[in-house]
Design a protein around this ligand. Sequence first.
Ligand SMILES: Cc1cc2nc3c(=O)[nH]c(=O)nc-3n(C[C@H](O)[C@H](O)[C@H](O)COP(=O)(O)OP(=O)(O)OC[C@H]3O[C@@H](n4cnc5c(N)ncnc54)[C@H](O)[C@@H]3O)c2cc1C
Length: 277
Amino acid sequence: MAGPYEIFVLIKQVPDQGSKAGLNPDGTIDRAKAKRMLNPFDRYALQAALHVKRTYGGRVTAISMGPPPAVEILLEALEHGVDRGFLLSDRRLAASDTLATAYALYKTVTHVGKFDLIFCGLQTTDGDTAQVGPQLAERLSLPQVTYCEDFHLDDGRLHARRIIEGGVQFVDCVAPALITVANSYHPLAYKSFRGAWRVQQLQRNPEELGKYIRTVDLDIIQADPERCGLKGSPTIVAATEKVGELGGNCSMYEGHAPDEMVGELIEKSNLKEFLVA
Ligand SMILES: Cc1cc2nc3c(=O)[nH]c(=O)nc-3n(C[C@H](O)[C@H](O)[C@H](O)COP(=O)(O)OP(=O)(O)OC[C@H]3O[C@@H](n4cnc5c(N)ncnc54)[C@H](O)[C@@H]3O)c2cc1C
């Protein structure tokens, strides 16, 4: 099967780690107070999805599960050239662990329709488990290429290079397949002026925007609420602990030639005794 390809990319909104969100009394992240951002790892997945569309032709659909503000990252994806977005949002999803998340995303993906490739980020910066992509592939009975840092398609066959401990591995499989994209893949290109302008126009016209971004809930995707949220999550967080901020004095060496700066650093940091003459 040659292109065009039907491409799905899974993206998640995470708390901006620079925003000092803080924790709730029960130790969970206080997400309401945190600034929000697109999971940085998902930027590579987006780039990979858009690369397939631009190189081989096709359509890119971004899918996210999260509270209503997660629509922001779908708009951001549209600005980058994604064709449409689906947001799964439902209060019954609160407190989902990776098992429940992968189940809910599986139901969303099958609701959205046929696909050739699903791209995920490697991991998230909040949950940080790197489990959702592989769990979703298992549920969909798909071949999966994790830690993928480069790939090309040849008549529907995926040839990929993935990172393994101490080296790289070359693998190939036939689409449909799921790929988790490593952060050594190409960074996400800047959004185009045209894309940003288009989204601005869409935001002024909610009816038109609704044609590009759809919000669905558990009833629409026919997911079992018992398998979502806290009820569907066997993970127990026994305790969380706040770690102290890393402190320390910091001096900036600026305005000198590099060898002078290195000399100054060695002089001031008592490194001399460790250096072999
Ligand atoms: C007991 C418990 C309660 C939790 N309660 C909440 C909660 O109330 N609200 C909350 O937001 N989180 C909650 N979490 C965190 C949540 O379970 C995880 O963030 C979620 O399951 C995804 O796992 P992860 O972040 O480790 O994703 P990873 O497996 O590290 O993500 C890999 C990739 O999978 C895709 N992906 C992951 N999650 C999503 C998503 N939601 N939408 C689209 N793509 C996705 C992305 O492509 C991502 O790069 C809870 C976790 C636990 C253990």
